[in-house]
Design a protein around this ligand. Sequence first.
Ligand SMILES: *[C@@H]1O[C@H](CO)[C@@H](O)[C@H](O)[C@H]1NC(C)=O
Ligand SMILES: *[C@@H]1O[C@H](CO)[C@@H](O)[C@H](O)[C@H]1NC(C)=O
Ligand SMILES: *[C@@H]1O[C@H](CO)[C@@H](O)[C@H](O)[C@H]1NC(C)=O
Length: 284
Amino acid sequence: MFSVALVFGLTATAASAGPLLTPRIDITCPIVLEGRVASSTALSDFDSYSTSIFNPDYVRGSQPWSQILVFSNTTNSRFENASYKSIEVTISDQSIFQSQNGFRRAGLQINGDTNTGGPGSKGVKTLHWSVKQDSSRPLNLTHEYLNVWHERADYNGNQFNFQTGTVIGQSYAKDTFKILDRQNVLVWSTPIDATAWQNFAVTLDFDKNTLQVYYSEGDAALAAVTNVLTNDNSGEGQYQFGILKKPTGTSDVVNSGYQEKGILEGQIYGGIFLEDSADGCISL
Ligand SMILES: *[C@@H]1O[C@H](CO)[C@@H](O)[C@H](O)[C@H]1NC(C)=O
Ligand SMILES: *[C@@H]1O[C@H](CO)[C@@H](O)[C@H](O)[C@H]1NC(C)=O
Ligand SMILES: *[C@@H]1O[C@H](CO)[C@@H](O)[C@H](O)[C@H]1NC(C)=O
């Protein structure tokens, strides 16, 4: 009697709780840089080279990563099974990198992603990341945010930016995620979803100098949302994931401008990885 009820109960649960039991999607291409966080990771692991998959020293203010990152314990994103968990990057008034007093920033860089000569700036690579919003640490969309980008080795620009908020000097809608090209021209945008995972991928062809954007929401498969677009991908550099909040009311955003006091903002990330798309392989 009991075991029959148990079997029936499990079957009923399996039939009704679809999303919870959906197997995560396997990555089908060679992983070049792994930014998915193992579920066994402790926050203190992010503070040392021997235990972190990210650079423990960059790009942050004086607080260590263990005080910047939060485990939000949300459901896993599309490319993460139970062996992985998401992380939330937060910023506060203390998030000042070196003497960059205009910004509030915290950005993760994957170990092995070197500024020059690294694997992430040659051939054809697809960068994946997923984001989710934390209603208890909302971004202030009056400001301009950079969330994911590939920064040139000479630090004089980015091959692409993934942004949100009010892009200074532009009239793009503020409540969207935006992909901008090397010229800082908008190539695609989508509204911020308050609750669902939003999954992004950008294929960068460093030989042909092109870029293509993929997107999906929740558990849906990624689909191309732009054509293959011409983009100058030269200049090498590194990928960064997190929050860079620009100030308002200045032309010198790095050093001056207005930042409200008492901020506590966050962006949840999951499914960060760079895969090799040399043979046209893209995990969807
Ligand atoms: C997530 O779970 C861990 C471990 O139980 C806990 O320490 C942490 O406070 C939780 N995070 C949130 C945002 O509740
Ligand atoms: C998660 O996926 C990886 C790679 O496919 C696999 O090795 C691992 O066993 C999976 N973990 C779970 C808990 O299913
Ligand atoms: C958003 O930022 C602006 C400019 O810094 C500030 O005036 C405003 O109070 C902020 N809004 C919220 C809800 O924090």
